[in-house]
Design a protein around this ligand. Structure first.
Ligand SMILES: NC(=O)c1ccc[n+]([C@@H]2O[C@H](COP(=O)([O-])OP(=O)(O)OC[C@H]3O[C@@H](n4cnc5c(N)ncnc54)[C@H](OP(=O)(O)O)[C@@H]3O)[C@@H](O)[C@H]2O)c1
Length: 192
């Protein structure tokens, strides 16, 4: 099983959200995320899941991480509640970790069985939306782990002021088919 964390953070401060919102609106960033995760299984924290339009992402199986085992998902065929993160330790499928900050951190600092094998690190170089109110949410803890325990295996891909690179956990065997899928999804810049 291969776990892949996918995020877009703001350069320098590693902010990924303000309140419930992503503080930039770059359609190519959403499209890249869609190309990487379409047809796959992903895990999202309850707050991030609530922020998806209509609480869904088409053509994806979503595991919603929440301590509330009675949480009601929007699509019972394709979305599933998980309350114990350790259930992902030996899941057979490919799993894409879609945030938010608490979920990235739980996986990145979760030891060998939870740490993502691959990280797709997108970095936004522009300005944060100045109109948003709320607390800034950052993933600095995760970036510290990334710099210490991963190495970069890709070139820098630039699109619309976002630089994307792919990282692999040091000492890990990584499924080459998954790497190929991710690189292809990133390189298909500008495509739907
Ligand atoms: N830029 C990006 O790439 C990106 C991607 C995703 C999200 N975001 C942003 O990130 C922010 C949200 O991040 P967040 O950290 O506040 O919220 P979050 O991680 O989306 O959700 C937090 C909730 O997930 C559940 N949870 C977290 N860890 C758990 C665990 N180990 N076991 C069981 N349940 C667990 C808890 O739900 P309960 O309270 O229901 O128990 C917790 O309150 C938003 O601003 C969002 O827009 C940005």
């Amino acid at each position: 099983m291969t776990k892949v964390a996918v995020w877009c953070r703001h350069a320098h401060d590693n902010v990924i959200g303000i309140g419930p919102h992503i503080p930039w609106k770059i359609s190519s960033d959403f499209k890249r995320f869609r190309r990487i995760t379409e047809g796959k299984s992903l895990v999202a924290g309850e707050k991030t899941y609530e922020s998806f339009p209509n609480r869904t992402l088409p053509n994806r199986q979503i595991y919603v991480l929440t301590f509330n085992a009675k949480y009601k998902v929007s699509d019972e065929q394709n979305h599933f509640v998980v309350s114990d993160i350790e259930e992902f330790a030996d899941i057979d499928d490919e799993l894409y970790i879609a945030g938010g900050a608490s979920v990235y951190k739980a996986f990145m600092t979760g030891g060998d069985t939870l740490m993502p094998d691959i990280v797709v690190d997108s970095m936004y170089l522009g300005e944060l939306n100045p109109d948003l109110q709320g607390k800034k949410v950052d993933i600095t803890d995760c970036i510290n782990v990334l710099n210490e325990k991963y190495f970069r295996i890709s070139q820098e891909y630039e699109e619309d002021n976002v630089i994307t690179t792919v990282w692999v956990k040091k000492g890990d065997f990584v499924d080459q088919m998954v790497i190929k899928h991710i690189i292809k999804a990133i390189e298909n810049q500008g495509e739907e």
